[in-house]
Design a binder for this molecule. Structure first.
Ligand code: ADP
Ligand code: MG
Length: 320
């Protein structure tokens, strides 16, 4: 088993992980990392922790855990409209297993390369398995997709399809289920979330002001937008984008999964209708986007008929 410094050198201070960001002046190996920032941009950063037994099974494939950990952090940058720069890694391990670290490092490197971000530092400790990442990104001065940016009359739009990752979790609870192409597609959505970075940056460029990434379910996350923006919304349940795989695998619960299922990491954003009409094609070139409702002045979230919609997304610390 490698010692702490050998471990860092072997698995984290390596070309596959630290050669993706030109703005890194000094990366892993010193007391701090140093970045060179363009004058007209702002630094934007976010942190997420994944704990074994809470966010993933301790025995899960380390490469998938690593990819997912970086992807969900990058998803927060996407939801601000930021372009990713680099990240740091706080890793707590129950033991220094070469096999585990090799796979974890390779998975992390693959995801880092896919999005052009470098690992620039971190901390490594002994304890129950947990992974904390902080991602850094750049935003043009003055702009951001904020939760408090929704305005009355704007369309509520979501990217991709909703509910797939939650349906995958259902499947994982019944491991005997045969792996059909539909089921494989749903599992892929859970294991390999796609941070919608290009869409977020495109939204910011065309003048959008509000987005959130859907990690806890559409109703819960749209609820955050409504609360922070002091507005309400009506959602047309018939308009929700559901994948064919979701409809086929859980026809009775598809709508519930799309409304309350977490882990999709799609973007939910608001946009004035003329901007949508003008830019829908270029936005949908990144990922299909679907208008599902409209922001209104009256607080609360309802369906098209005005019946209240109540979130039941996952919350840590909430007494059940
Ligand atoms: P210090 O004692 O100054 O905190 P460490 O011994 O913890 O430094 O880390 C040595 C170097 O290795 C630092 O540059 C740190 O950022 C980096 N590092 C430590 N753990 C990790 C990790 N899991 N991933 C990336 N870099 C790490
Ligand atoms: Mg340290």
């Amino acid at each position: 088993m490698p010692g702490e410094f050998e471990l860092i050198r072997r698995y984290f201070d390596c070309a596959g992980l630290n050669q993706h960001s030109p703005s890194v002046v000094l990366g892993i190996g010193d007391d701090c990392a140093i970045l060179d920032l363009p004058a007209e941009q702002r630094l934007c950063f976010s942190m997420d922790s994944l704990v074994a037994g809470v966010h993933f099974p301790a025995a899960a494939d380390p490469a998938l855990i690593a990819r997912r950990a970086l992807a969900v952090n990058l998803s927060d940058l996407a939801a601000m409209g930021a372009s990713p720069l680099c990240f740091t890694l706080g890793l707590t391990l129950p033991e220094a297993s070469d096999e585990w670290l090799q796979a974890f490092s390779a998975g992390l490197a693959a995801e880092a390369a896919a999005h052009g971000v470098s690992l620039v530092g971190g901390d490594t400790t002994l304890g129950p398995l947990s992974i904390t990442l902080q991602v850094q990104g750049l935003l043009p001065r003055g702009g951001a997709l904020r939760r408090d940016g929704a305005r009355e009359g704007e369309l509520v739009i979501v990217s991709g399809t909703l509910g797939d990752a939650a349906a995958a979790l259902d499947l994982l609870e019944q491991p005997a289920a045969a792996l059909t192409p539909n089921r494989q597609q749903l599992l892929e959505r859970y294991y390999r979330p796609q941070p919608r970075l290009e869409l977020g940056q495109a939204l910011l460029k065309i003048g959008a002001g509000c987005a959130i990434d859907i990690s806890d379910g559409l109703l819960a996350d749209l609820g955050h937008i409504l609360e922070r923006s002091c507005v309400g919304a009506r959602i047309d349940l018939g308009a929700l984008p559901l994948s064919a795989a979701l409809r086929a695998e859980c026809p009775e619960r598809a709508l519930e999964r799309a409304l309350n299922g977490g882990d999709d990491y799609e973007l939910c954003f608001t946009l004035a209708e003329p901007l949508w009409q003008q830019h829908r094609e270029s936005l949908c070139a990144w990922v299909a986007c679907t208008p599902i409702g409209r922001i209104g002045r009256a607080p609360g979230l309802t369906d098209a008929q005005g019946a209240p919609l109540v979130a039941s997304g996952y919350q840590h610390f909430r007494g059940e």
